[in-house]
Design a protein around this ligand. Structure first.
Ligand code: MUC
Ligand code: MG
Length: 367
């Protein structure tokens, strides 16, 4: 059960259409597949989707920090000693996405070793999650068409709408068009990726007050310390923190300072070990969470689903698990399916990840 080798394989798969949002855009999934090998022949797998505009990591930086620092720091450690591994990873500051992938690959290896699914090991609450689909910037009619297609083809009835453009009325109009086309029973919430000032956000929310939004995510930057608190006091919907809460201490800061009222948990940036702490923290504080999407591949979505299905708190809301559908291809041998608005968790052992070796050979960037 000792870690013998850690591989970091960069690969690139184009998107059918770009996903655009206030802090950036993604045209190609330039990710890193992380594999943790053990001395008894088990291979744990996870995916690292670098997001330079959010955490400063790139495909090259993830690959090199895993190969040059994290791998050497944890080789020889038992896969069961997750806290030892985490402490060694945390000797290096930052690099959340690289750390998360190493952590999740270890959990996959543990599950395979013990013959249990990761969802069972974490909490075993359920075997499926309702799905929320993220709709990126586009002319309003295209955003509506995408949501209708997701509803008609996959039964999805919850949508996260990207906002944060200037003038903010562009987004208000798009949200209104979505509500009018999809009707009152569909759930809508918005995500600003720090694009607005607090006052722009307040005005936009006021103009959308009749649209029945469930909540709003990261409308303005965390450094707008007082602005965010002011916004929470103005807003009639809960304000969720996303990229401002990449560490447990940041969750505490945002919640206890009154700058946010809920949080997004993304396994792509906090893995399973740290995400577990976030669940405990939020449960203890009585705070809602959403399982977020870091524009994940199928491997990443499988990880998010495995975690989200483990606890009542994370399974309560629809989880953001569907944006891999916009990729032209993926690495999983058996593709993920979203049906009747739900995604079923793979029944392990581990995460149930089987990589198609031919596809990996085609898309890897290091050969
Ligand atoms: C989100 O919820 O913000 C966009 C950038 C990123 O890092 O994640 C996505 C989705
Ligand atoms: Mg977000």
């Amino acid at each position: 059960m000792k870690i013998s080798r850690v591989e970091a394989i960069p690969y690139a798969i184009p998107y059918r259409k770009p996903l655009r949002f206030a802090s950036g855009e993604v045209l190609t999934a330039e990710h890193v597949l992380v594999r943790v090998h053990t001395d008894d022949g088990v291979v744990g797998t996870a995916d690292a989707p670098p997001r330079p505009f959010t955490y400063g990591e790139t495909q090259t930086s993830v690959r090199s920090i895993v190969a040059d620092a994290f791998g050497p720091a944890i080789v020889g450690t038992s896969i069961l000693d997750r806290e030892v591994v985490l402490a060694r990873l945390n000797r290096t500051v930052g690099n959340p996405v690289a750390k998360a992938a190493v952590d999740m690959a270890i959990w996959d290896a543990i599950g395979q070793t013990l013959g249990a699914s990761v969802t069972e090991l974490l909490g075993g609450w359920t075997d499926r999650l309702r799905v929320s689909h993220m709709v990126g910037f586009a002319p309003a009619a295209e955003m509506v068409a995408e949501a209708e297609r997701m509803r008609d083809e996959h039964g999805v009835t919850t949508f996260k709408v990207k906002v944060g453009r200037r003038p903010y009325r562009l987004d208000v109009d798009a949200c209104r068009a979505l509500r009018e086309a999809l009707g009152p029973d569909v759930e809508l919430y918005v995500d600003g990726n720090r694009g607005w000032t607090a006052s722009e956000a307040a005005r936009a929310l006021e103009e959308m007050a009749d649209l029945g939004l469930s909540f709003a995510e990261e409308l303005c930057p965390a450094d707008d310390v007082l602005g965010r608190r002011w916004l929470v006091q103005q807003a009639t919907v809960p304000m969720f923190a996303d990229e401002s809460v990449a560490r447990p201490g940041e969750v505490t800061r945002e919640l206890l300072s009154g700058a946010a009222t809920g949080i997004s948990i993304k396994t792509s940036r906090t893995g399973f070990t740290t995400s577990q702490r976030l669940v405990g923290l939020c449960e203890g504080l009585g705070v809602e969470v959403v399982i977020g999407n870091q524009i994940d591949s199928q491997v990443g979505s499988l990880c998010a689903a495995a975690f989200g299905a483990a606890y009542p708190l994370t399974a309560r809301r629809p989880a953001e698990l569907s944006n891999f559908l916009d990729m032209t291809d993926d690495l999983l041998a058996e593709p993920l399916v979203i049906e009747d608005g739900e995604l079923r968790v793979r029944q392990g052992p581990g995460l149930g990840i089987e990589i198609d070796d031919d596809k990996l050979a085609r898309y890897r960037q290091d050969r």
